[in-house]
Design a protein around this ligand. Structure first.
Ligand code: CA
Length: 651
């Protein structure tokens, strides 16, 4: 129980008035600045104006006026541009600490005070001509999950603005062997979307001590509507982080790469002193009937997306990032904490901006929640949320073994029992007549209406990265070349499955995080991408690049509806365990190839497989990929190397 578990002047949080306007926080013109705070349950509110973000004494301090709908308002005449401000509410008999307000769109160092800025001052040159890359189908996406520091910190990146947004603006950078790094590396690899790990303002890095070089993933939200300051070259200047974030987006867009933002509206770093608590105590968080705070995030609190002003808050914040920052997609951390209706309303709001904007998330929670299961935006409910996708932990763990049991190997290392789950991945978690759903690892029924509702992957920032998981779980005696085969087989399955493929940055460079599971605050030496690996593992990088190019060139791998898959995707009976084989036929989805045969052999030995006799060409032999064809094959059987994929086609 806490002092913020129930409203003071209302029967319940549900009775709080709803404010319809979109002008909360600050409205700036050169002649006048109006501040508005939604704080229905407070008895008094002060607005303070400061000269800068650190001075102790305000230059103005006024009591705001109470208006309808829970609003407190105050206008200052004159030009306040460049000034900082805070709100302070009198609640339940005491003045709470000052806050920049939950809706602040510009802040000073460490996000303690908000700033009055003219957003047109924050636009980089040419921003008015920045356009999001055109995407026809969600399934055309190839997502690459990247942390801003990981991208550039290593000395072999050749990048000057290490750990900063501006690292993305540096072209022509190379590693010790003259190979492309940084944004040129991303372009060369061919991915379509960079998914940036949290880059809104988070709490645990002291922005005024960059020399400490501290690292954090950023799942500790402070100010949702502001870029993180430690990634900017000057966190004290509120415009700098905004401009440099936009420069990052602009640089990626110039390369034809879309930008996904990882958003974490499901919890705040702390609840006691959050901006939510300091403006409307209790309201933004879910409680159990006894007043205990919900903890489905595992971080001590969870937000109450089903409450009207929380839902509006989330929608307006997402619209800000989509419109002001030109963000092309959103990844929802622990999406199961959100209610289904909120996710649907976010989708509808984004559709008014651009229906090609991606939405996907983790279809689970990190613990139990006061929100009833039937309302949660979990994986099993994505079929109720058109245009929203969920990560397939089914396929992920089938490929590399259970995430929690680090010693358990998966399909790619020859573990039996996962074949139906691999097939479930191939069909994008949709209903297909050739799958025994009772044998799928975590889902006993298809959950996606279309492959556009599933994100297929084998690794992400959480838990062991792919090579570390393989190193710990692979059968004894596995050599480095075996490890490479396991890795390539796993990603070939991800990229030839129907759905939205997702890669964790650096897997194409044989990334290792030295066996550390959750590197959320590990040093750069563990987290950063080592670009010199591109030379040591040149053939691995080439395989990834060619695999991505293959998927992009062949729409048969990108069918975005179930009916098309029913007609064009058929599994073969391999008559042996740990083998999955299927044919994509009749120029599926307008493909230039008439028939495509894909075989995954997870066994640690070569296999022979009966196949339809055709004038096949081999496009992938497990270690090399060529869209022109490596060699011809017109037998009714196929030899497939151990732990390898083969792809054959009939032109
Ligand atoms: Ca921060």
């Amino acid at each position: 129980m806490s002092q913020y578990d129930t409203p003071i002047h209302y029967e319940s949080f549900a009775d709080y008035p709803v404010y319809d306007g979109s002008d909360l926080e600050v409205n700036y013109t050169r002649a006048k600045t109006t501040f508005k705070l939604w704080s229905p349950d407070s008895d008094d509110v002060k607005i303070r104006i400061y000269r800068d973000c650190e001075s102790a004494i305000p230059i103005e301090s006024r009591n705001m006026q109470k208006k309808d709908d829970g609003i407190w308002e105050y206008s200052f005449s004159g030009d306040l541009k460049g000034r900082f401000y805070t709100f302070q509410i009198f609640f339940n008999g005491e003045w709470l600490p000052e806050t920049p307000g939950a809706y602040a769109t510009a802040v000073g160092a460490n996000g303690k005070r908000a700033a009055v800025v003219d957003f047109r001052d924050t636009d980089p040159d040419g921003w008015e001509n920045d356009r999001r890359p055109i995407r026809k189908s969600f399934c055309d996406s190839i997502i690459y999950e990247l942390h801003i520091r990981d991208f550039s910190m290593s000395p072999d990146s050749g990048i000057k603005n290490k750990g900063k947004y501006l690292a993305f603006t540096e072209e022509g950078t190379v590693n010790s062997h003259g190979q492309k790094t940084g944004i040129d590396h991303l372009e060369e690899l061919g991915i379509t979307h960079v998914h940036i790990m949290p880059a809104y303002d988070f709490a645990t890095i002291d922005e005024l001590k960059p020399e400490e070089n501290r690292y954090n993933w950023g799942y500790d939200p402070l100010n949702y509507n502001v870029p993180e300051g430690s990634y900017s070259t000057n966190p004290r200047n509120p415009c700098t982080r905004i401009r440099e974030f936009k420069q990052m987006v602009q640089a990626l867009h110039k390369k034809g790469i879309s930008v996904v933002m990882d958003v974490v509206y499901n919890h705040t770093y702390m609840w006691e002193n959050s901006n939510f608590t300091r403006t409307a105590p209790g309201y933004y968080y879910r409680q159990y009937p006894d007043g205990t705070y919900g903890n489905a995030s595992g971080c001590g609190n969870e937000t109450a997306s089903e409450r009207e002003m929380v839902r509006r808050y989330i929608i307006n914040s997402i619209l800000l990032w989509a419109k002001e920052y030109h963000i092309d997609g959103f990844r929802f951390d622990l999406m199961g904490i959100y209610d289904i209706e909120t996710m649907k309303q976010i989708r509808a709001a984004l559709d008014t901006v651009d229906p090609s904007i991606l939405m996907y998330g983790e279809g689970w929670t990190g613990g139990d929640s006061p929100l009833p299961y039937e309302q949660r935006a979990v994986k099993a409910h994505v079929n109720m949320m058109d245009g929203v996708a969920a990560f397939s932990d089914d396929l992920r763990d089938a490929l590399k073994g259970n995430w929690g049991n680090i010693h358990e190997p998966g399909f790619v290392c020859g573990r039996q029992g996962y074949d139906e789950t691999v097939k479930f991945g191939v069909t994008g978690a949709t209903k297909h007549p050739q799958i025994h759903y009772g044998l799928v690892n975590y889902s006993n029924a298809p959950y996606a209406n279309s492959p556009a509702q599933v994100v297929n992957y084998v690794s992400c920032h959480d838990d062991l990265c792919l090579n570390d998981k393989l190193a710990i779980s692979a059968p004894g005696g596995s050599s480095e070349s075996d490890m490479i085969r396991y890795n390539l087989l796993a990603q070939t399955i991800v990229l030839t499955s129907q759905g939205i493929p997702f890669l964790y940055a650096g897997e194409e460079l044989m990334r290792s995080k030295k066996g550390v599971h959750n590197t959320y605050q590990s040093p750069d030496s563990i987290n950063q991408l080592y670009y010199d690996n591109k030379y040591a593992y040149k053939h691995v990088f080439e395989y990834y690049k060619n695999l991505i190019a293959l998927r992009k060139a062949h729409p048969a791998f990108r069918m975005d509806n179930r009916e098309m898959m029913d007609n064009h995707l058929h599994f073969l009976d391999p008559r042996q365990a740990c083998v999955v084989a299927f044919i994509l036929d009749n120029n599926a989805n307008g493909d230039s190839w008439n028939r495509i045969l894909v075989v995954y052999n997870g066994n640690r030995h070569n296999i022979g497989l009966e196949i339809p006799k055709e004038n096949w060409w081999v496009a992938c032999n497990g270690s090399q990929i060529s869209q022109k064809g490596l060699f011809k094959w017109n037998n009714d059987y196929l030899n497939v190397p151990a732990n390898s994929a083969m792809i054959l086609f009939k032109p």
